[in-house]
Design a protein around this ligand. Sequence first.
Ligand SMILES: NC(=O)c1ccc[n+]([C@@H]2O[C@H](COP(=O)([O-])OP(=O)(O)OC[C@H]3O[C@@H](n4cnc5c(N)ncnc54)[C@H](O)[C@@H]3O)[C@@H](O)[C@H]2O)c1
Length: 258
Amino acid sequence: MGVRTLDGKRALVTGASRGIGRAIAIAFAAEGAAVAIGGRDVTRTCSVCQEIGERGGTATPCPGDVGDEAGAADVVDAAIRGLGGLDVVVNNAGVIAPYERQPHEWEPADFDAVLRTNLRGPFLVSRLAIPHLLAAGGGVLLHVSSIAAVTVWEGEFAYGVAKAGLNMFSHHLAVEYAAQGIRSNTLLPASVATEAHEAALARAPDRAVVERDLLARHPVGRFADVREIASAAVFLCSDQAPFLTGAEVRIDGGYSRR
Ligand SMILES: NC(=O)c1ccc[n+]([C@@H]2O[C@H](COP(=O)([O-])OP(=O)(O)OC[C@H]3O[C@@H](n4cnc5c(N)ncnc54)[C@H](O)[C@@H]3O)[C@@H](O)[C@H]2O)c1
């Protein structure tokens, strides 16, 4: 096999038991990276590792709740034990909010739950992973944000606030670690066909109408496939993007330009 884009890299992907994170982990492994698979569900995390192993890749399970200090430590510790160090961290774990309420109707506990996974989680994982990136002489952080960070998704203000906060967190990392060889970027997808996205559509009172309106907001006329997000993640985390840091990459089929 010839040289692959991520040969020799050791990468942790949080929330890789399904959806976008799983696709990123599979793409990373296909490009030669050894991957650590984060996720809340131990069985699913192990089954993604097995799947990658059967395709000839290297993967290690890293179960844990990233919104919790001890859980985030479990995830990063397992990655270090399994991979021997870290060059790449993808903060992908996130929850799509199912609330659909105006801001004043939100319960504080629901607001906290959204920020806990989508903003606190990336902070908790990054603060533990950065010393390992520094020990490796530098590395890459990628945060799976959302187009909701820069456009208003009505009914889901806490999700937008959390993702906008994640973008600013990434900008701080980009600037404050640039001299130490760490890059940090965000990916901003619009709708991606995943289990979570499907569940959100299934909750809609009139699914056909909601889906039609949502599709109409995507100039490309369809939702993204997880592999289309994964291929951008491969590029951003590779040595082919050495000058790319502090970027917000809108991978939205034109959604935010409409
Ligand atoms: N699907 C979309 O349309 C879409 C659009 C824009 C952004 N995103 C973002 O992409 C990311 C992945 O979304 P998805 O659609 O693949 O979701 P998903 O629900 O299919 O997968 C989410 C993954 O994150 C994990 N996870 C959730 N909470 C966790 C926690 N507290 N600790 C550890 N792991 C946790 C889950 O176990 C799962 O592996 C999320 O950050 C989401 O906000 C998704």
